[in-house]
Ligand binder design. Structure first.
Ligand code: F6R
Ligand code: ZN
Length: 193
């Protein structure tokens, strides 16, 4: 009889409140504040004001119950992006390619609304609307960043991606994405940069 090759890891369960994304058993909590987003927004002076006069507010958190970062595993997390504006620009994540660029990702939006901005190295660009109950499929080779368009609610997503994917923030800070998401006096506007 053939022995299983990976018997060391046992099955497990995790409780997730699908209305809010709360995952009480999370063991990792990554926190990004406004000061971690220097260089990412169109209006750098507005970001500085937010940091110095606005008490460096929480931007987003990523909650995980980690699994080994290996091929064959499925990494998963809750991404929670706060509502807010930097000047007129909607709060957003840094955005990244996966280090192993041939790996995809699924985002299921549990709460809030926004956009997933995506781009490829050969110049393609896409912008998909995120809303509660909607899934965004980020194909292999597409860098991805989410932006929260709500004025009040966090944008909460459940994300799943291959265990060996890794994150490459490398050129995003300098290159950005082809579009930015603004709130122009209460009207959400996706604008080419
Ligand atoms: C994982 C993934 C998300 C993001 C999270 C924070 O591959 O895409 O969990 O990591 O939304 O965004 P970044 O990593 O761009 O700061
Ligand atoms: Zn990703």
């Amino acid at each position: 009889m053939t022995e299983p090759t990976q018997a060391a890891m046992q099955p497990f369960t995790v409780d997730i409140d699908t209305a809010t994304g709360a995952m009480p058993g999370a063991r990792n909590r990554l926190v990004r504040r406004a000061s971690d987003l220097k260089g990412y927004y169109a209006d750098g002076a507005a970001l500085e004001r937010l940091i110095t006069e606005g008490d460096d507010p929480l931007h987003y958190e990523v909650f995980e119950v980690p699994v080994p970062e290996e091929a064959g595993q499925l990494m998963y997390c809750i991404s929670k992006l706060q509502a807010g504006r930097v000047g007129d620009e909607c709060f957003m994540t840094k955005g990244h390619y996966h280090t192993v660029e041939s790996t995809a990702e699924i985002y299921i939006c549990l709460q809030g609304e926004g956009y997933m901005l995506m781009k490829t190295r050969d110049g393609q660009s896409s912008c998909e609307r995120m809303a509660k109950g909607r899934m965004v499929y980020v194909p292999p080779f597409w860098a991805h960043r989410s932006a929260n368009t709500s004025a009040t609610e966090p944008l909460v997503s459940f994300c799943v991606y291959p265990g060996d994917a890794g994150h490459n923030y490398g050129d995003i800070q300098t290159q950005g994405f082809p579009v930015r998401v603004f709130d122009r006096d209460g009207r959400i506007s996706v604008e080419e940069c």
